[in-house]
Ligand binder design. Structure first.
Ligand SMILES: Cc1cc2nc3c(=O)[nH]c(=O)nc-3n(C[C@H](O)[C@H](O)[C@H](O)COP(=O)(O)OP(=O)(O)OC[C@H]3O[C@@H](n4cnc5c(N)ncnc54)[C@H](O)[C@@H]3O)c2cc1C
Length: 497
């Protein structure tokens, strides 16, 4: 099968859309099932290894309409039920099929504040697209209607018009709400609470806003100007921002209520504390948490070796330990930072890998080598404190564990050496204990996650929490969903007193 280049993809879609529109009868469901899934244009797989530009280029207008015509407009909307914020997916897709992009944008924005972000980073294949009737009918989840790409298309279309609608803000109530952390959970709370006319200040520890969307997820997946635009919308709504402000250090959490006069506080501080393997050699020079590596690259612009305040380590052979989205981002960033060989070392098989399918495919295209059923035993130094190699063990899969995934079982005496000068540890993140340690009244579980009730209220009156600090490292859309619930509870609280 020949692979089309981006221009050919565009041309083919134009011709095909004309054919579909020329039909006089409405398209029957069985004919919709025959419409081919649209291929997303991408940046060339060799060129992109040397730049940080976005890899996926987005569907064209014609492709978006064709893809939307694949939707069967089911009566039982499984896609909506599987969407954590319950966008009316068939309805917005119906607008796209008709070419009414503003109608589609308005429909999505009724419930989702960050569609250009969710369209890019949500794990749709395990959410809205998972039970799509088209994918089920074709017996292939990869052939489901690509809801995420359509969401992205609509949001990008609206952005390109330069005419972003700023949500209406009700008259000033005089009430003040503090939001701690500017990740997706905090941004959603800020928008929803501000809409009701309450004053909102976001306190952020870093010098830039956006949380993991800015410092974790690289620009080749989520460009910064998209985050900037979302923040700009909040600023235009009147939300205030205090950066370089570490709650728990710059000011104690309870002082925001007791001394600064905030009527409610939302904690959305995420899960930024990296976990390590606890193996020998993890303190060698050349070992990083994937979080640190990505933060240095994304936030501190460390790839700009001549100008950056903290240039990044110059690596030749890199091993990334882990198989989630963070591992994929770290591996793909290492390629862009000039590594010649990048391995992803994962102790289960590809089937159990938690990373998004699209990211794994992109990583493979970029030359990253996957070492499945292997794991690090120890990191070996060169005698001068620097990484020289990784000693690994081979695994096989045993019985399923409590998560339902088959447990990796070590094969005795299977040690082997992988020659690397850099190791990026990406085996998960825990919650940062700063706020809980300086706020003893706040109940947390054994992992340090804040305990909340069904309305996201913590053990302390007027204090709410949501996102990764409650869920543990999760997803953007789940953080947004929790933010939405917390904002509703805060709005109720402030309406009643
Ligand atoms: C590299 C990487 C890739 C990912 N890829 C995906 C993906 O493809 N799809 C997906 O859905 N999810 C992905 N995730 C997960 C997703 O980004 C998170 O689940 C989500 O950002 C959590 O949102 P949040 O608002 O809870 O917290 P965060 O986004 O973590 O934001 C928390 C903010 O609070 C600030 N903060 C922390 N402590 C304090 C304090 N004491 N005072 C003031 N501010 C503070 C932090 O600096 C940060 O800006 C990824 C995560 C990482 C790390």
């Amino acid at each position: 099968m020949s692979i089309l280049n981006n221009e050919q993809i565009e041309l083919k879609a134009k011709e095909y859309l004309e054919e579909l529109l020329a039909k006089e009868e409405p398209i029957k469901p069985r004919d919709r099932m025959k419409i081919p899934p649209q291929t997303m244009p991408h940046q060339d797989e060799f060129a992109r290894r040397h730049n940080l530009d976005e890899v996926a280029l987005g569907l064209t207008m014609e492709q978006a309409r064709i893809e939307a015509m694949r939707c069967l407009q089911c009566v039982k909307k499984t896609c909506v039920a599987d969407c954590p914020v319950q966008i009316d997916i068939p309805r917005f897709i119906g607008y796209v099929a008709e070419g009414d992009m503003q109608g589609a944008a308005d429909e999505i924005k009724k419930v989702s504040l960050l569609p250009s972000i969710c369209g890019r980073v949500c794990p749709q294949e395990t959410q809205c697209q998972q039970n799509c009737a088209v994918g089920k009918g074709l017996k292939d989840v990869d052939k489901a209607v690509t809801i995420g790409r359509l969401e992205r298309f609509v949001a990008d279309w609206e952005r390109a018009t330069g005419n972003i609608r700023i949500p209406e803000v009700k008259p000033d109530t005089g009430k003040k709400v503090a939001v701690v952390g500017s990740g997706p959970a905090g941004l959603v709370v800020a928008a929803d609470v501000r809409r009701e006319g309450h004053r909102v200040t976001i306190f952020e520890a870093f010098h830039k806003l956006g949380g993991v969307m800015r410092y974790g997820i690289p620009e080749f997946r989520l460009p910064n100007d998209i985050i900037d635009q979302e923040i700009d919308t909040l600023a235009k709504m009147g939300v205030e921002f205090r950066t370089n402000y570490v709650v728990g250090r710059t000011r104690k959490l309870m002082d925001l209520i007791n001394k600064d006069g905030y009527d409610a506080v939302f904690i959305g501080t995420g899960a930024g504390l990296p976990m390590f393997m606890g193996i020998d050699g993890e303190n060698l020079v050349g070992v990083f948490s994937a979080n640190e590596y990505l933060t240095r690259a994304n936030l501190m612009r460390a790839f700009d070796r001549e100008h950056a305040d903290t240039p990044i380590y110059n690596s030749k052979n890199v091993a990334v330990l882990g198989g989630g989205n963070v591992a994929m981002d770290a591996a793909r960033m290492a390629v862009r930072l000039g590594a010649e060989k990048v391995y992803v070392v994962y102790r289960r098989t590809e089937k159990e890998m938690p990373a998004r399918v699209e990211e794994v495919a992109h990583a493979k295209e970029e030359g990253i080598e996957f070492r499945f059923l292997q794991n690090a035993k120890r990191i070996i130094g060169d005698g001068n404190g620097r990484v020289k190699a990784l000693e690994c063990l081979r695994y096989e899969l045993g019985e399923p564990d409590e998560s339902g995934r088959r447990r990796p079982v070590v094969i005795p005496d299977s040690e082997f050496i992988l020659n690397v000068d850099t190791v990026l540890v990406s085996i998960g993140n825990g919650s940062n204990p700063l706020i809980s340690q300086t706020t003893p009244e706040l109940n947390v579980n054994k992992w340090g996650n804040i305990i909340v009730d069904e309305k996201q209220k913590t053990s302390v009156d007027r204090i709410y929490a949501g996102g990764d600090i409650v869920l543990g490292a999760a997803t953007v859309i789940l953080a947004m969903g929790e933010g939405r619930k917390a904002a509703a509870a805060i709005n109720d609280l402030l309406a009643s007193n």
